[in-house]
Design a protein around this ligand. Structure first.
Ligand SMILES: NC(=O)c1ccc[n+]([C@@H]2O[C@H](COP(=O)([O-])OP(=O)(O)OC[C@H]3O[C@@H](n4cnc5c(N)ncnc54)[C@H](O)[C@@H]3O)[C@@H](O)[C@H]2O)c1
Length: 390
């Protein structure tokens, strides 16, 4: 099976490595020769390191490299069975590319996009045969992250969906099938992890450090929200939030925070700029602050913070299920495999109990009277019926 990948940047080169490692023949195309050269050199380095660490043998490295060819025209992808586009996130540019690509490939070729934020239906509309179009959304870095969201558009045929899922599973990835809605699963359900943490900080309830510590030490998350926003980049994370907020017709649940906007505007982007919510040295390592004087016993405060962020995440996951964005299994897999959450949110809801979830949401709503804190109808219904997700 031949795979064509368009765009040899961060994502395209990672996806090429994944497919080539699973024995598929890959052609990687980019309009920018320097980007192609960079991808080739980067892959050489990554594979050499894997050999050094004893993770693969030299013949395996050679085999993976031989599976990838670097091509200079879109027409070179004409013998592809599946193409995955990973170019700049711009609808018009993607549509023009798709329409040109369709004139080169066979009728049976699946044409996929790795877009994070554009609607698959709108991209598909540029094709003569829109039923062959689908979203195949990898996470960064593609070779390491287990999850791939597969997103059929309303035009996508069942056969294209099934074949795409089969191929991605063959690349040893966990597939979560998601409805073509803003943020798909992960970028929607994860919003409160950042948004509620920022809101708690803005209300003056706790510092970045205390909020991060609550999520790590009580919740078992690998990174706290502020550490993670610094890692992703405040510019990138803010843009995703703003895009999701706009796409959801300004639903207050996804409202961005001024704190993050100002950090992005000031150039306090996080690790990559040396300064964000924390300070970093030139290798991106955290510079420990002089210890701030903390109140004697912060445990009750941390418990409160953890409960508030967790219930907002659970509420978002439950609402995604309520609106049929994905199955309960896929929603939980998406969060554990796509962003390394310590537990699936719906399984966590079962553990905490539906009455706990509903009462915590109602407490927030009663305190603030904001639509942001409305309890998902599904949580309320399940509580009334004494049901669990699993
Ligand atoms: N970076 C992430 O974390 C991430 C995660 C998931 C999905 N995505 C999505 O993947 C896509 C690519 O993102 P990225 O971070 O790899 O970008 P990138 O900037 O690293 O790479 C994009 C590449 O596309 C090339 N390109 C631009 N226009 C082209 C065209 N018309 N034809 C061929 N090549 C072209 C550029 O030269 C560049 O090398 C975007 O749609 C993005 O939303 C990104």
């Amino acid at each position: 099976m031949n795979i064509g990948i368009i765009g040899s940047g961060t994502m395209g080169s990672g996806i090429a490595q994944v497919a080539a490692t699973s024995g598929y023949k890959v052609k990687l195309f980019d309009t920018n020769q320097a980007a192609l050269d960079k991808a080739r050199v980067a892959l050489e380095k990554i594979l050499a390191r894997l050999v050094e660490k004893g993770r693969i043998v030299t013949s395996e490295k050679d085999r993976i490299q031989a599976n990838i060819s670097y091509v200079e025209t879109l027409k070179d992808l004409s013998d592809s069975n599946l193409t995955i586009e990973a170019i700049v996130e711009n609808l018009e540019i993607k549509k023009n590319l798709f329409s040109e690509l369709e004139s080169y490939v066979s009728d049976a070729c699946i044409i996929a996009s790795n877009t994070s934020s554009l609607s698959i239906a709108s991209i598909a509309s540029s094709l003569q045969k829109p039923e062959r179009c689908i979203g195949i959304h990898f996470f960064n870095p593609a070779p390491l992250m287990k999850l791939v969201e597969v997103v059929p558009a309303i035009q996508t045929s069942q056969e294209v969906l099934e074949t795409s899922v089969k191929i991605i599973k063959d690349w040893k990835k966990t597939v979560a099938v998601a409805k073509d809605t803003p943020g798909f699963i992960v970028n929607r359900v994860a919003r409160p992890f950042y948004g509620e943490a920022l809101r708690i900080y803005e209300e003056g309830i706790a510092s970045f450090e205390t909020i991060d510590s609550a999520m790590k030490n009580i919740g078992g998350f690998r990174m706290g929200p502020f550490e993670l926003m610094d890692f992703i980049g405040n510019d990138v994370n803010y843009t995703v939030t703003e895009t999701v907020f706009t796409a959801f017709y300004f639903d207050p649940r996804y409202k961005p925070a001024f704190t993050q906007k100002r950090f992005a505007e000031a150039g306090y982007l996080g690790r990559k700029s040396g300064k964000g919510y924390y300070d970093y040295d030139k290798n991106g390592h955290l510079i420990q602050r002089d210890s701030v004087i903390q109140p004697e016993n912060e445990e009750p405060l941390k418990q409160l913070i953890f409960n508030r962020i967790l219930v907002m995440l659970i509420n978002e996951a439950a609402d995604a299920l309520f609106l049929n964005i994905a199955s309960a299994e896929d929603i939980d897999n998406a969060m554990t495999k796509g962003v390394n959450y310590p537990k699936g949110l719906l399984a966590w809801a079962d553990e905490k109990g539906m009455d706990w979830c509903v009462s915590k949401m109602d407490e927030l709503y009663n305190e603030y009277h904001e639509d942001r804190y409305r309890c998902s109808p599904l949580l309320r219904k399940m509580n009334n019926e004494n049901k669990t997700f699993f």
